[in-house]
Design a protein around this ligand. Sequence first.
Ligand code: ATP
Ligand code: MG
Length: 576
Amino acid sequence: MRYSQYFLPTSADTPSDAVVISHKLMLRAGMIRKLAAGIYTYMPFALRTIHKISNILREELNRAGAIELLMPAVQPAELWQESGRWSQYGPELLRFKDRKDGDFCFGPTHEEVITALVRSEIRSYRNLPVNLYQIQTKFRDEIRPRFGLMRGREFIMKDGYSFDADEAGAMVTYWKMYEAYRRIFHRCGLKFRPVEADTGNIGGSLSHEFQVLAESGEDALLNCGSCDYAANVEKASERNDAAAPDPAGFLPVETVDTPGMGRIEEVSAFLQRPPEQFIKMLVCLADGTPVAVLVRGDHELNPVKLKGLLGADAVEMADDAMVLSAAGAPAGFVGPIGLKGNLRLLADHAVRGVLNGVCGANQADKHRIHVNPGRDFQAEYADLRMARAGGRCPKCEGGVLEAHRGIEVGHVFYLGLKYSRAMKAQFLDAAGKENPFVMGCYGIGVTRTMAAAIEQNHDAHGVIWPMPIAPFHVILCPINPKKDEEAGRAADALYGELTQAGVEVLHDDRGERAGSMFADADLLGVPIRVAIGARGLKDGIVEIKRRNEAEPARVPLKEAARVVQDMIRQDLEKYA
Ligand code: ATP
Ligand code: MG
């Protein structure tokens, strides 16, 4: 591609409304233009990367036995009413009416459409399993569209759905997709990690997110330093083996004055006892019903775990008035002893290990000391706390959890019977009996993956594309081609030779000054830069430099095409 004939408007100015680096660089590098909040045009340079990611997706999904189709983006409300999501989905679903006053939405995802399709087309177990995917524009009216393509409203997603005859088959499909996803992100040249993810309240489900590791990621991840355990912090556990202490050490409960001290730090300092010895009681509302939850004083409640345990749609903290009416004492002074009878009491596993602990006394300005779980109160124990870096791995002996940040680019999810039951999507098994399909769904954010690649691979000057998804392999930079005709001619010849060989070359024939041409080359992040100037040509030399290297190599012009092709091959082989 000759730059002079391309549509690639770069800019040196940092856009004021962009916060994260991928958003800034995509605007500056002429990759995206905003049309409305969270809605962007993908400019030609970006579209090349979108196509490369899409092609890798196709190759790996096809290899894994999935089949591509394309469903409508506009979906009738009836299907969403069947699944129950027309009322559950909320304002993220863009709804509208057609001229006959029929309700429709713009698809944020396609479980309903695909389930209806397979329901009407597949009758027999003989035609299972089937695994279908599409690459398509989705719309989600995100409450806070931000960070450019990372969280848009309109974005491109690969979404896939599998249908199996039984759970065992669905598990085989799930792990096939998991492996395909590993290959996909490896082939994109990204550093990533699959992590265990929360499954909401679909009972007995299994879910992994594929996270591109980047400081700017919205998701907090924990992984074991010794084994392969890794999970989103929403889901992550620490080892839960706190043993109940020996009752021989129990002291009698006492009530002590703690005037005006409702916070653990205050009481801890006042009573000279560490937060680990505290039993913190929180009153939460699960779908409006109050429930009391105990966690150790130095731990935090994980609301996602609580939500999952209770099978609730929403969990929130009760306000002070609710605490008072549910627990019978002011917030900050509530505790598990002598609770109002009807309040359900849950506790995190670590609470069991507290010996002679401190908790609220259920009266204003008082705490109890020498409180012992088991002796002084009973609770339902579960894993309810936020896991932390430094905690012990739940999977291996001796491993310690480490913290990372990530960008969720893909998601594999075992759905089981959620949609097939709701939508009565059934097939006949070998015995002639009707059974619901066992489903899985698999998503990859194509445009988010492109943004994540930039978040992970950039420097102060611009993008540093991994070779497999770079818009171009090579940028050719002739220096002063108008003055030094020889440089212009040599560049044109090399451009022809490389293009002929199938190399994707951006030929910067605009005649810009060397400084701004090199600045643009760095901004655009094309992996290999070839500079051709009169000075080098005197000795028959051109300069070849990788985007992520400081110093160019001096290469004879005659060998330039071969050297460039070798470099590309080496890079691509790394990610094969
Ligand atoms: P998030 O938690 O980030 O909102 P999600 O769980 O809603 O993601 P899924 O429904 O699993 O996402 O969608 C599949 C994939 O689509 C995600 O892994 C992500 O890569 C991409 N995706 C989801 N929402 C957006 C968005 N607003 N902008 C760009 N990509 C998105
Ligand atoms: Mg979302």
